[in-house]
Structure formats: C-alpha cells, structure tokens
Design a protein around this ligand. Structure first.
Ligand code: UT7
Length: 323
C-alpha cells in the first residue's frame, strides 16, 4: 500500500527574540508568573519584513534542502495558518510563487493550533488518493500581528515561526512497522467557539481583529480532548504508549503537556518540549518542535512519533508517524 513517508523537515524563526522580562514594562506580569503557569521563557516576534509567507518559504526551503529536493519535485503545498498574509489569495499560493513553483497546486488550511496535524492528515490522503506524490506541509504563523499587546492574559503566550515537512509516496506492507503516516484522528466542536477566537474578520467587522481567550476554560478541556484523540489513534494503529519513541505535542503550556503525557502513561524522557523557546506558535508549534528534535538527533529514521494538537474551535487531533 501507499504510505506518506517523511523525506525532509525544516523550520524558520523571526530574528527577534522577546524574553519574558521584556513584558514587565508593558503589562502587569513577571517572568516568574509566565514560567510557572506556562513554561514559556521566550518567543520569537516577526519584524515588519517577516511574514507568514516569508517564514513559511524559509521553512519550506530548509525542508526541501534536508530532503535533497527542489520545488520542481513538489506537487502540492498545504499551509496550515490562521494568520495569512492576506484574506485571499491563499498564502500557500504566495509561498508556491516565492519558491518559483508554477506547477501543481497549493492551498491554506485553517484549524488554528491543530492546523499542522490536520494538514499532515490531509496531505496523507492526497498522497494515498494519488493526487500528489510529494507534498510540502507547512505550519506558519505570525500571531504577534493579532495579539492585543495590552492584554496580559494572552500577549505573553504566543510567538511567531514556521516549520515544514516533505511527505513523499512510498511503498508499505500495511503494518505499523511501515515508515510513514500510520494513523490519524481529527475532531472539532464549535460549542466552544467563544472560548478562543479572534474578534474580527472579513464577513463580520471588516477588520483583522484580536485574539481573545478564556485560558482557564481552554485548559479545563485540553487534557481530556488531547488524551481522547490520542487513545483513538492508538487503537486504530493497535499500539500502546509504550510503543512510542517520541511524543511531539502542541506547545501551548508545559502543564498541559505534562498532564497529558502522565494521563497517557508516556514517559517524560519521550516528550519533546520547546514551549520554553518558542511560546505557543499555533500551527507552527508541532513542526518547530519536530525540527528541534530532528536537528539534535533525538528523532531518527524508523522512530514511532506521535503528533498532537488542540486549539480554537475547538479543533483537536493526533497523527502517528513512523519517521
Ligand atoms: O493553543 C491553543 C490552546 N490554548 C491553550 O492551551 C491555553 C490554555 N490555557 C492556559 O494555558 C492557562 O489557562 C493560562 C496560561 C492561559 C493561564 O493560566 P491559569 O493557571 O489558568 O491562570 P488563570 O487564567 O486562572 O489566571 C490566574 C491569575 C488571574 O488573576 P486572579 O483572577 O486570580 O486575580 C489572572 O488575572 O493570573 C492572572 N494573570 C496573570 N498574572 C500575571 C493572567 N495573565 C497573567 C500574566 N501575568 N501574564
């Protein structure tokens, strides 16, 4: 059977790093509060010349280089983002153009923080359905542009960045020893739309709007939703937590990551944590974490890797990949 196999990965971060202490003169907060409640120590913030398209392009180029490919080898670009350069056209098409790619097709996918997990699951279906052989899956965000910088309950949490994978059609035997995407489980439920949203949009206010979040409410639902969707993925693949080599969760809050891993029985040393370095970068958080763990040699060919995310909507999902 056809499997969607990871051939390369890459990432890109804005030049400017903002430390927790940099917020102390802006809003009533402290490094101690931010570290204790979230695990975040710093985040990258985009300058005017750094956009979702430019960061996405840089991550895509890095992923292509690590795959030993060029844009000429790609059939499809799926970009997960909630902070597109423009309302339309899709920022994926802008990245396609920036890469000098004038064949194939590209589109954006909007599932907020779950965007990258949705995008990997979607790319897998395009590959297995025969519509594409090689797909660039990108998560790129500039959440700094939609933050209310006077709201301490949100502005300290988010950061900017991008990460990308090249997925390629490969042959598998249909067992969980195959390399590639092995199982996926996606969920959404609009009951919770007012707990994490942006208060503007083209069809309502005609403005871009700002991110609003009832953090405690999101926290309350997060662990249960994450563990449910992961258990569904485990049962699809016929595995348990003990079979995993790496758990690469959405990086929103260290306390959520720890509680989810504990509930699932995933050993602490198998959990990839980068929230301290990047903050919550929404759809970019999982591929950024992946790129760190690939670069430092933790994630290797043949490893069983679980990706997970949960975010606005709510949306949530998990994907199991043999690297
Ligand atoms: O990526 C999408 C998914 N998003 C998430 O997963 C986020 C989920 N939520 C969270 O991570 C946490 O709820 C937060 C980090 C947002 C907040 O942590 P918390 O432990 O739930 O704190 P809280 O909202 O209950 O607030 C505790 C106190 C409040 O003061 P009072 O009402 O107790 O006097 C807040 O006003 O902390 C206050 N507070 C702050 N204090 C200092 C809120 N933000 C700050 C701040 N600095 N930046």
């Amino acid at each position: 059977m056809i499997r969607s196999v990871v051939r390369g990965s890459g990432a890109a971060l804005p030049r400017r790093i903002m430390k927790n202490a940099d917020f102390e003169g802006m809003v009533e907060t402290s490094d101690e509060w931010i570290v204790q409640r979230t695990g975040i120590r710093q985040r990258h913030v985009a300058a005017d010349d750094e956009t979702t398209a430019s960061l996405g392009e840089a991550a895509a180029r890095a992923a292509l280089e690590s795959a030993g490919l060029t844009a000429a080898d790609i059939d499809l670009i799926v970009l997960a983002t909630s902070t597109p350069n423009n309302t339309f056209p899709a920022t994926a098409v802008e990245i396609q153009n920036r890469l000098g790619m004038h064949h194939g097709f590209a589109f954006d996918m909007q599932a907020v923080c779950s965007g990258f997990v949705y995008a990997v699951a979607t790319a897998d279906l395009y590959i297995r359905g025969g519509l594409a052989r090689r797909v660039l899956v990108i998560g790129s965000e500039t959440f700094s542009r939609i933050l209310d910088w006077n709201d301490r309950s949100t502005c300290v949490l988010f950061g900017d960045g991008a990460g990308a994978l090249v997925l390629e059609a490969g042959e598998g035997a249909g067992s969980i020893t195959d390399r590639g995407v092995l199982a996926a489980s996606l969920r959404s439920d609009g009951t919770h739309k007012d707990k994490l949203f942006v208060d503007g949009g083209p069809s309502t206010t005609g403005t871009v709007g700002h991110l609003r979040m009832e953090g405690r409410e999101v926290f309350k639902h997060a662990v249960g939703m994450i563990t449910d969707v992961i258990e569904a993925t485990f049962s699809q693949a016929g595995i348990t937590a003990a079979d995993l080599d790496w758990f690469v969760p959405h990086q929103a809050n260290k306390r959520i990551i720890d509680a989810s891993a504990k509930k699932l029985g995933i050993a602490e040393q198998k959990v990839v944590v980068t929230v301290d370095l990047h903050g919550n970068t929404s759809a970019a958080s999982v591929p950024l974490a992946l790129s760190v763990a690939v670069a430092d040699g933790r994630i290797k060919k043949g490893d069983l890797v679980l990706l997970e995310a949960m975010g606005g909507g709510f949306t949530w999902g998990a994907v199991l990949v043999r690297w």
